[in-house]
Write a new protein. Sequence first.
Length: 573
Amino acid sequence: MANNDHPWTSSYPAGIRWDAPLTISPVQQLLDDAIARWPDRPFLDFMGRRIAYREFGAMVDHAACGFQKLGVKPGVHVGLYLPNSPHYPIAFFGVMKAGGTVVNYSPLDAERVLEHKVEDSETDILVTLDLALLYPQMSRLLGHSRLKKLVVGTLPEYSAAPGPIRAQMEAGKMLAPVATDDFHMSFAQLLDNDGQYVTHPFGNPAETVAVLQYTGGTTGLPKGAMLTHGNLTAACSQYVESLSGDDPIVNFGEERVLAVLPLFHIYSLTVNMLMGIKLGAEIVLHTRFDLETVMKEFEAKKITMFAGVPTMYTAIANHPKAKEINMTSLKSCGSGGAPLPVEVAQKFFAMTGCNLNEGWGMTETSPTGSFTPARGRRKAGSCGMPLPGITLSMRSLDNPDEQVPTGQRGELCISGPNVMKGYWHNDSATQSSMTSDGFFRSGDVAIMDEDGFVFIVDRTKDMLLCGGFNVYPRTIEEAIYEHPSVEEVSVIGVPDPYRGQSPKAFIKLKAGAEPLTLESLKAFLKDRLGKHEMVGEIDVRDELPKTAVGKLSKKELYDEESAKRAGAEKASA
């Protein structure tokens, strides 16, 4: 029965309860429960090798023991700088069982951002691989930061054919030589023990931090969102409840998840890994999204669950042989990170018979927020309604403590057991992100209709969504300002058919400066920005628009770009 405070409950599919009891526990309990229930069921399928739940649990115990020998205990932070490989879940749960906290690092980050995260998060131990794209960046921080120990694995060691795969990777120059000194340990050495780790007394899951997940800011360097054990397990329960009801979408112990989104990203960590374990699913793990391989896996391995971003679904829907591939095993497909084009969702459903379920969430919310039911009522253009246990409230843009009437624009604010504890070592940012009654302020401007469906209409924060990643123009601008020819710069987001948005830089050069091209600017920014932040276009001008008080103004630039694209569309019509 709906009420004025929770109008969405009337739109829930039969049997799904907003007030359903949510299981909140230590994160490692998810794994222990799955091992007890499905010991011999395959857990991971990686590069031709399958690892059962019981076997995986033994690996985790050895990792936990190894971490404790390195000094990991409550209060100690361990960094994971890894692609999708078994090393990630083994190390993740090893840290959890050792009593420590995981800090996720993104391979997309520029080196100076990595250094900031090491110092800010107090990471002394970090796990990575001997990949040329990963290891050198972290090895350079040894001796130049607080980082004291690198645990280095290699992709072939968890594959079905380590020798041939290693030879192939060496031939492709994909591997980097790893130093042998007191600062280094192999992943195999980490696990070379009897697996007898010490179980630490566990406090309140809602207060004990499991993961420091860094998220960008509109100014300055990234902040660490403190996600507790309670946040993450509540988020899993919320997702599972939304797939249950009188006509459940998923069945425990029967699902196959194809995981291509990076596990260091909160969306994949929660949806693919943690919820996959809670469901007793087999996780088919890929190091990255490769369209041809993904299409084959859908059919060959009868994948039932897939989480992606709109760019992935666009590629799948437009694959020339999509109609020839049987994807009807798919039951639950989620899309997040950016708005989903309606035509892509329709095309995907026609091909698979599976609805694309769009949702909204943030790093700070673990990342649950809203969901679109896999079956039942849907509204085009909406990111759905609040998940069980979550309250979404639209607040006045002038006063975040004042709720706006139904159907009016307001800042989307959220409360629930999934909302972070706060920002690590940043009380002022934590306080400014919360309303006086305990709601987290998202910075998104939205409308909730009378049925509880949410429509995102704008952002209050200066943030872009590029290929599912949050990109902050201020970060790009600060990097461009380091170029000796640049006097002023404004970065805005312009529509990109593949990435959703792409950064465009408007630049005023210093008097007498050499001309600046997009190629030369990209070369300059290569070591200063992550790949997801790289500018896609530049426009060099004599002057940039400013406000009456002389502050650079982006409104005119957005208006110009909008008018230009409208004119181009009209001309091509």
